[in-house]
Design a protein around this ligand. Structure first.
Ligand SMILES: [Zn+2]
Ligand SMILES: [Zn+2]
Length: 321
């Protein structure tokens, strides 16, 4: 089958990659569309030392199992469901898990992918593939209110005007009337200024224009950059909360004393609830189509990732059909 593979930090478009064998409770899914994510770009730079088929944002058709013939999206953590961590209700932290397209499990930039049946969610018939492919990142955005309480008056700052920053801001602007997105790109920030259904409205500011204010209740770092956390610390108020949404490859050096002195809570935040994300997408609570900035065929997968890496693109899609 066709697949975009990463080997020794080198990307290539394969045409003869072996189709996955669905093992145990896994189901073969024929991929229809996949999305390029910041994590894919970090993996190419060496994060997690991954090798194999990239891609973890996808919509496809189940080829077997109870959902056979239906369109599905899939949660990315493949957990054992028997260890103490899984039984304690934290399967996304299973110590022996694999993660689709990220850790020991081939991903979705391919004609087929093997996904555990229990990870799958059926996509409503009325939802276009271009919307359903956003389920995974929208779920990640919904993980923030799943982890911390957000008051209507909370002053929330989202750092980063990229794909994830945009989605997090849209989700948080339904809860707080005081959401500001800080970014480097006027054209990406402009996408957030549109009035949207059920939102309080989002304020935007260029990174160059902000000052260390120490007055935000919650700062969400979606920058994927080593400068994100220091910037967040300059904006959060004493006893405020910083939510780290993006991973950064490599080591980070910064003084941690301000976290102690200001008694700042730091919350790591990763994968979120797919059912909530599908509901929000079906109800158009979150608008995703304006984020699509380019699309490539699967055979052009390397070019799709290069586009996402080198240009100020929001969401690059890969059409697999
Ligand atoms: Zn992702
Ligand atoms: Zn487990």
């Amino acid at each position: 089958m066709r697949a975009v593979i990463l080997e020794n930090n080198t990307l290539s478009n394969a045409t003869d990659y072996p189709s996955p064998n669905a093992r145990g409770d896994e189901v073969l899914v024929r991929v229809l569309r996949a999305g390029v994510c910041e994590t894919d770009l970090q993996l190419i730079r060496g994060y997690m030392g991954f090798s194999g088929v990239l891609g973890h944002e996808f919509v496809g058709v189940a080829e077997s199992g109870p959902f056979k013939g239906r369109r599905v999206v899939g949660e990315i953590n493949c957990s054992c469901w028997t260890c103490a961590t899984c039984r304690a209700g934290r399967p996304s932290h299973c110590p022996t898990r694999s993660v689709i397209g990220i850790l020991n499990h081939d991903g979705a930039f391919a004609d087929f992918i093997a996904v555990p049946q229990r990870n799958l969610h059926v996509v409503p018939d009325s939802m276009p593939d271009d919307v359903a492919v956003f389920t995974e990142p929208v779920a990640a955005a919904f993980q923030i209110p799943a982890q911390i309480a957000i008051d209507e008056r909370a002053r929330v700052v989202v750092l980063g005007d990229g794909r994830l920053g945009n989605l997090c801001a849209q989700v948080l602007a339904r809860l707080s009337s005081n959401v500001t997105v800080v970014g480097k790109h006027a054209e990406k920030l402009a996408l957030l200024n549109r009035p949207s259904r059920g939102h309080y409205g989002i304020t935007t500011t260029l990174l160059a224009d902000i000052e260390p204010s120490h007055d935000a209740d919650i700062v969400v770092d979606c920058t994927g950059s080593p400068t994100g956390l220091p910037t967040a610390l300059s904006l959060v108020r004493p006893r405020g909360t910083i939510v780290l949404k993006t991973t950064v490859a490599g080591e980070q050096t910064m003084a941690l004393a301000p976290i102690v002195i200001d008694e700042v809570t730091i919350v790591g935040s990763r994968c979120g609830p797919f059912d909530r994300a599908l509901k929000a997408l079906a109800a158009e609570e979150v608008s995703v189509l304006p984020l699509i900035s380019a699309r490539y065929t699967l055979s052009e997968g390397v070019a799709a990732l290069e586009h996402a890496r080198s240009r100020p693109a929001l969401k690059v899609l890969i059409d697999v059909e």
